[in-house]
Design a protein around this ligand. Structure first.
Ligand code: ADP
Length: 538
């Protein structure tokens, strides 16, 4: 067989030529949608690559993006790795301190920034010593960014006048294509580098029928930000399959999302559960919207409540499919698509699991003593994972603890059944240890989220003199609800072991979220330790 390297340039060439008429459709502030074909994306990516070369980007230097989901970001996804440089997607929701740390750690040289995020970049730029060029999209005033020794230029001016074809270099498929830092839900952000090969193989897995089953007849609504684990691979999958990309820009609230779904009729979408929960509430209180174009909604990043999946399916004809992964796993590792022959409650039980590993990904369970435990649906251990798109190291970090004999230790605890369906019971760092036994915060949360008066529920472990730790349930109730903690406790009764039932409750207006929309338990634990949560003791 020919030794052809699997690179992003190959994905780009395929998308721009074979699927030349597929489109990137980007939502505009006035509600309209601007479109560019994949052929145009190909031409503009070539121009961007020439412009980056001309401003001095060589070898595997890092080009960062600080952008929302739009066509220019797709062009950066195509041009930067394909020219041999490394794409580093920065997360604008991080704190300025985290941004400075990450951009310097990655040694970013150029930043492509969305005009609306220019003030955020301006605030940290003086501390980004290696950045020599800033490219700004959206035609905004460049003056606030300007300083000595720095080139600041508008995106269209930057790429304008350059050739619309680029001789993409022959790259080693094992070289780095992109890098991403974990969102730091449980600790400091760590950098992961994706190779060309891992990106290519992961995109194929995402497209596969047992993955997200993407075809040229699809339109993918990528709500998951392009800075969150590569937008879960949706961008390259679209280029491979010839699916349109529907991009919501920075308009990630339920109302514009529902309008976008109704008008652009995407068939596939991806976002974390908190987004879908907002969308559901919006749909329920504003009847009349048709979102039934969505055939498959990929949802993951944290556990997906069963009632959310059922409500979407039964009321709106939309199938939410749970997937599990991490920044470290590119991210697609497992997906919950039960065999068609499994029906009824068993079907739903499998849908509520984190799914089966996709081909290419292997899982094993390891107990506290380092022994492998059986996949019997009962034994619990830490999930370890390996495969061609699973990271084998962290950038500039000899964290050997995270690896075990060629496997990545995920920090996720759970069980695997005989059919290889995974159920996560917790993150190791969120697990509640009470009287020497584990209480699954995830299981309590999912049950509470199913109560009709509960809008959001999260459960954290708090210190307890007698039991070492006990669960504290932090609840957001629906407007007008008068539900009490003891009613919620009664609701849990019989569904979990008696000693799991929380006696500590706290009602809040909203649960704090991390930069990628997960419940921020680290912050909640800190607030509790500082005495900032009004706890009701039953
Ligand atoms: P961070 O670790 O900072 O949150 P990631 O977005 O990479 O950054 O998070 C990966 C983690 O998210 C996984 O290790 C797991 O704990 C959690 N996760 C992802 N998908 C699911 C899911 N379907 N159900 C439960 N937890 C999930």
């Amino acid at each position: 067989m020919m030794n052809v390297q699997l690179t992003t340039a190959a994905i780009l060439r395929h998308g721009a030529r074979v699927h030349a008429t597929a489109r990137v459709r980007t939502l505009q502030p006035d509600g309209s949608v601007r479109t560019g074909t994949f052929a145009e994306v190909g031409r503009r990516s070539a121009q961007l690559a020439h412009a980056l070369r001309a401003c001095g980007v060589v070898g595997d230097e890092r080009v960062a993006t600080l952008m929302w989901n739009n066509q220019e970001h797709v062009e950066a996804y195509c041009a930067v790795p394909s020219m041999g440089a490394v794409l580093h997607t920065l997360n604008p929701r991080l704190t300025p301190e985290q941004l400075v740390y990450i951009a310097n750690h990655a040694d970013d040289r150029v930043v492509i920034v969305d005009g609306t995020l220019a003030p955020l970049l301006a605030a940290v730029l003086p501390q980004l010593a290696e950045v020599h060029t800033v490219v700004v999209t959206g035609g905004v005033d460049l003056a606030p960014l300007e300083r000595d020794g720095l080139t600041v230029v508008g995106y269209d001016d930057f790429i304008g006048g350059h050739l619309e074809t680029f001789e993409w270099p022959e790259l080693d498929e094992l070289s780095a294509a992109a890098m991403c830092y974990t969102s730091g839900t449980t600790g400091n952000p760590k950098g992961v580098a994706y190779s060309h090969r891992s990106t290519y193989l992961h995109s194929m897995a995402a497209c596969a029928a047992d993955g997200l089953s993407v075809t040229g007849d699809d339109a993918i609504l990528a709500i998951v930000p392009m800075f969150h684990a590569n937008a879960w691979g949706l961008v390259y999958a679209a280029l491979m399959a010839g699916a349109d990309l529907v991009m919501p820009e920075r308009f990630l609230q339920a109302e514009p999302l529902v309008r976008l779904i109704s008008s652009e009729r995407p068939t596939i979408a991806g976002a974390v559960p908190t987004i879908w929960s907002d969308v559901l509430n919006h749909l329920d209180s504003n009847p009349g919207h048709d979102i039934s174009s969505l055939g498959l909604v990929a949802c993951g990043g944290s556990a997906v409540p069963l009632h959310l999946m059922k409500a979407f399916q039964e009321k709106y004809g939309v199938q939410i499919v749970q997937a599990w992964g991490m920044t470290e796993t590119s991210p697609l590792a497992a997906i919950a698509r039960p065999p068609a022959a499994v029906e009824g409650e068993e079907h739903w039980a499998l849908r509520a699991s984190q799914g089966r590993p996709v081909a290419g990904v292997e899982l094993r369970l390891i107990d506290d003593d380092g022994n492998e435990v059986p996949h019997d649906g009962k034994s619990v251990g830490e999930i370890q994972v390996r495969g061609p798109w699973i990271t084998g190291s962290y950038i500039g970090d000899e964290d050997a603890e995270k690896f075990d004999d060629g496997w990545l230790r995920t920090g996720d605890v759970g069980r695997i059944d005989e059919r290889s369906f995974v159920t996560l019971t917790d993150r190791a760092k969120d697990v509640i240890k009470s009287g020497g036994e584990w209480i699954s915060s995830v299981e309590l949360e999912l049950l509470l989220a199913g109560h009709p008066d509960v809008l959001e529920a999260t459960v954290i472990g708090v210190p307890d003199e007698k039991w070492q730790e006990r669960p504290l349930a932090v609840i957001v109730v629906r407007d007008g609800s008068e539900v009490t903690p003891s009613q919620l406790r009664d609701f849990l009764e019989g569904k979990v072991a008696k000693w799991w039932l929380p006696e500590r409750w706290c009602f809040v207006p909203d649960v704090p979220k991390t930069s990628v929309g997960k419940f921020d338990k680290k912050l909640l634990r800190a607030r509790h330790a500082d005495g900032d949560l009004a706890v009701i003791d039953l």
